[in-house]
Write a protein that binds this ligand. Structure first.
Ligand code: PLP
Length: 356
């Protein structure tokens, strides 16, 4: 295992203290943690399954797998068999362990990225390359390439054509493509597409994995609920390993997740909430001197006023707003900040008022 990075969030502490000192309290837009309620139908499903004394299946219930396959078909034009769905205890654990499951020696992930792709490569003792260009991978064999659309932190959407190129590059080399699609339902100015969509993969899921999370769609970050699907051979291998390792989603959460995937009303409602928060926060940031780059989908504004990221963090902390410096996501983020829209309407309103 390679050395793990220091946990960067500790470096935000002094700015958090400053923001907390604001007389009207902090507006914490530094993390993407949901703040709106867990939908009632999901809570009911969880409590309805509270009496679950036996060991659940690592593969999950058939009802859960069918709900996941149904959601992908209904909402994303993707067809998978229910047996090719594998529940995850939140998608983060899978992101962190996939290179180990695959025995990967070389892993490529986006230049600006969710830090856990790098952590996963380190846990596996693999060589990691942070690049958006497959050319940077060089001539050596790459075992795994991550794509993330809509992306964290940039909110960038990869068009079908870009994803097609990654898939064909990977197929020529026997590289696995893992597509982290945890923000797929949050397209604003652009419509995200799954790597498993026929327009991207040509109808075959060979060598492809799509990773999904219920955290943002259904406010289930606290339940730890996600799933992976794609190449039937790969999924079967992953299931075997996860069975041995005890990576089992609790039965009540399986029931809750099946209910969440079967219902679009709550997800549309949640989308509207985020859309309304974006609509007021974006112009306020722009009026206050920030440019918003990418950010056509997902839960974040990727913003810059041209200064060093930490100066921007400091400036906003003076008015009680906490954001994340772009360098948390890669050295290319040194002049950007990431601003999450995961705060209540009241707190977003407070941020807008303070930016005037
Ligand atoms: C890109 C990306 N992938 C995965 C995750 C993990 O989500 P979870 O473990 O809640 O499913 C996050 C969380 O913010 C993320 O931003």
């Amino acid at each position: 295992m390679n050395k793990l990075p220091d946990f960067p969030w500790d470096r935000l502490e002094p700015y958090k203290e400053r923001a907390l000192a604001h007389p009207d309290g902090i507006v914490d837009l530094s993390v993407g943690t949901p703040v709106d309620p867990v939908p009632q139908i999901v809570q009911d499903a969880l409590t309805g399954a509270a009496n679950s004394p036996g060991y659940p299946l690592t593969h999950g219930t058939k009802a859960l797998r069918e709900a996941a396959a149904g959601w992908l078909r209904r909402r994303h034009g993707v067809t998978v068999e229910q047996q090719d769905v594998l529940p995850l205890i939140g998608s983060k654990e899978f992101v962190a362990w996939l290179p180990t499951y695959l025995g990967a020696k070389r892993v490529v992930f986006p230049e600006l990225a969710y830090p856990t792709y790098d952590v996963g490569a380190r846990l596996a003792g693999a060589v990691a390359t942070a690049s958006d260009s497959t050319l940077a991978a060089g001539p050596e064999h790459v075992d795994l390439i991550w794509v993330n659309s809509p992306g964290n932190p940039t909110g960038r959407v990869l068009p079908a054509e870009h994803l097609r190129k990654v898939v064909s590059w990977a197929r020529e080399r026997g590289t696995v493509v893992a597509s982290d699609e945890c923000y797929i339902e949050l397209g604003w100015e652009e419509e995200p597409i799954s790597v498993l969509h026929p327009d991207v993969c040509g109808g075959s899921h060979e060598g492809l994995l799509a990773v999904h999370s219920l955290s943002k769609r259904s406010n289930l970050a606290g339940y730890r609920a996600g799933f992976v699907t794609g190449d039937p051979v790969l999924v079967k291998r992953l299931l075997e390993t996860r069975k041995h390792a005890g990576m089992i989603m609790p039965a009540p959460v399986q029931a809750a997740m099946a209910a969440a995937l079967g219902d679009d009303v709550h997800a549309d409602r949640q989308r509207e909430r985020y859309g309304a928060r974006r609509a007021v926060l974006r112009p306020a940031l722009e009026r206050a001197g920030w440019n918003i780059d990418h950010s056509t989908a997902g839960l974040y504004f990727w913003a810059s006023n041209g200064q060093n990221a930490w100066d921007q963090v400091a400036k906003l902390s003076e008015i009680g707003i906490l954001v994340a410096p772009g360098e948390f996501y890669g050295s290319a983020g040194g002049r950007h900040i990431r601003i999450a829209v995961t705060a209540t309407d009241e707190r977003i309103g407070a941020a807008v008022a303070r930016l005037q």
